[in-house]
Design a protein around this ligand. Structure first.
Ligand code: AMP
Length: 283
């Protein structure tokens, strides 16, 4: 496995493999890897000749009062995990390598980025779509792998890929969870022991909603009310949002028809956790 730093090295490595006829799978990450990330690397390994993992804590997707400076990092450990999962290349550029000082261009997906996390983090998604476009342009993958854990991000990136004719497949992989149902996240290390115990409430809230839909409930207001009730059982949880949106435009819907995305964001202390499930009716 190779560790590359610059765009030029990255382009050259992919070009050489393309000459050998290998397909290229890209797994974009911000590092501090866990089993959720590694599941994406394994999926990429199963479907591609060359597997590239990018590790880049992207400054443009953090708001001014967010946790960029304290975002956890451990490159040595990440490299060992990538090697073990069968990655061929880890690309770990510096921020100055990724962004020219006079950069003036953003990639913006409208509509889908306005609700859910876009409402609480207004500049977040333009940072994501801009950096993902840059990663795609340098690596030119055939497939890129994203987790359902960040469902809005995956849907936004898929829309951007279609709208801008990137000509690659976006593969969305299932959320990997801890034994008690908490979705794995690099930010879970910020939870105090008490927070960590109570954080499993997110999964219980999603379960409650899935149960209601299985029992025939379709009214989103009723489902959201129940989700809020379950979250309120955890004294340390401060919900940021609970929303049910359609899976195409990501706009709120009054009834669940076909499928809908139930997404939630909840603060424990300063740490904001997100989780989601797809509610399906009669499919
Ligand atoms: P991040 O490093 O948090 O930017 O995440 C990089 C990629 O890993 C994104 O596509 C995430 O959706 C995905 N990911 C993060 N956590 C999980 C998880 N628990 N299960 C599956 N995918 C995940």
């Amino acid at each position: 496995m190779e560790l590359l730093k610059t765009k030029a090295e990255m382009r050259q490595a992919v070009a050489a493999c393309r000459c050998d006829g290998l397909s290229v799978g890209l797994v974009p990450t911000m590092g501090y890897l866990h089993e959720g990330h590694i599941s994406l690397v394994r999926a990429a390994r199963a479907e591609n000749g060359l597997v590239v993992v990018s590790i880049f804590v992207n400054p443009t997707q953090f708001g001014p009062s967010e946790d960029l400076a304290r975002y956890p990092r451990d490159l040595e450990r990440d490299l060992a995990l990538c090697r073990e999962a069968g990655a061929d290349i880890v690309w770990n550029p510096e921020a100055a390598e990724m962004y020219a000082e006079d950069a003036a261009t953003w990639v913006v997906v409208e509509g889908l980025t306005e609700r859910l996390c876009g409402e609480s983090r207004p500049t977040h998604f333009r940072g994501v779509t801009t950096v993902v476009s840059k990663l795609f342009n340098v690596v030119r993958p055939d497939r890129a792998y994203f987790g359902q854990k960040d469902a809005q991000q995956a849907f936004v990136v898929r829309r951007m890929t279609q709208d801008l004719d990137f000509g690659l497949d976006i593969v969305i992989c299932p959320t990997v969870r801890e034994a008690d149902g908490l979705a794995m996240s690099s930010r879970n290390i910020f939870l105090s022991p008490e927070d960590r115990t109570q954080a499993s409430v997110l999964r219980r809230a999603l379960d409650a909603a899935e149960g209601m839909v299985a029992a025939g409930e379709r009214r989103t207001a009723t489902i959201k009310e129940r989700v809020q009730q379950v979250l309120a059982e955890a004294s340390l949880a401060r919900p940021d949002y609970v929303e049910i949106v359609d899976t195409n435009r990501l706009q709120p819907t009054e009834v669940v028809e076909g499928e809908a995305l139930l997404a939630l964001a909840v603060f424990f202390g300063r740490t904001r956790l997100i989780d989601n499930t797809i509610l399906r009716i009669g499919l």
